[in-house]
Design a protein around this ligand. Structure first.
Ligand SMILES: N[C@@H](CCC(=O)N[C@@H](CS)C(=O)NCC(=O)O)C(=O)O
Length: 222
């Protein structure tokens, strides 16, 4: 197997999404830190890997990629026979099963991520960076996220995981933002919804995710 390199601090949500996928797929990787406090993510060399100057960037012998969710899809396709083999739907599950995963991956990216990433910044990273919090942004995005979680609550009353009865990339993609919201003691948004709380308990205690959280350190926020 060729070597896989991920560039970026593991505590960054988009980086840890890719790391969670690699752990779930049991693929070895090298992690290269990018010192964002020093602006390394905007350096000419780094921009050759990630033209928007963001983390993560990803490289293996065949591809140089950015965008965490696209990287995760690539890892699942390329390492189809390794680790968890149903992250994009079960083998033989067909297009309808894959489409369910894609649908909920899009829901994560288009509906869950916008309010939750504002909350992650406001609640987790702004304090670490010594920046003031914006109470109006927190309130607005908590309300937006609550509406998304109401939809999840109904869905998770019908199935064990978002795309069906198997853990998939769609569930995995939620782990980083949800982790930071929990760490900031905003867990009541999840705990007050029975099915969401059950789902979160199940996905956040997977060994693959625990290994990613173990990589979090006093690294600068991203
Ligand atoms: N949609 C991108 C988002 C990447 C992103 O926003 N990364 C943040 C850290 S989580 C970053 O690099 N921020 C620094 C910047 O935008 O200058 C992905 O999923 O990879």
């Amino acid at each position: 197997m060729g070597s896989v390199t991920v560039y970026g601090p593991p505590i960054s949500t988009a980086v840890s999404r890719v790391l969670a996928c690699l752990q779930e797929k049991d693929v070895d990787f090298k992690l290269v830190n990018v010192d964002m406090a020093k602006g390394q993510h905007k350096s000419p060399d780094y921009l050759k890997l990630q033209p928007f100057g963001q983390v993560p960037a990803f490289q293996d012998e065949h591809a140089t990629l950015f965008e965490s969710r696209a990287i995760c899809r690539y890892i699942c396709d390329k390492y189809a026979n390794r680790g968890n083999q149903s992250l994009l739907g079960r083998n033989g599950g067909g297009p309808a099963e894959r489409a369910q995963v894609e649908q909920w991956l899009e829901a994560e990216s288009q509906s869950f991520n916008p309010p939750s990433s504002v909350l992650v910044f406001q609640l987790a990273f702004a304090p670490r960076m010594g920046l003031p919090q914006d109470p109006a942004a927190i309130e607005l995005n908590q309300a937006k996220l609550a509406r998304v979680l109401d939809v999840y609550e109904r869905r998770l009353g019908e199935s064990r995981f978002l795309a069906g009865d198997e853990f998939s990339l769609a569930d995995l993609a939620h782990l980083p933002n949800a982790h930071h919201i929990f760490a900031a003691r905003k867990d009541d948004m999840f705990a007050s919804r029975k099915n969401v709380a059950r789902w979160w308990e199940e996905i956040s205690t997977r060994p693959s995710w625990k290994k990613v959280v173990d990589l979090y350190s006093a690294a600068p926020p991203a």
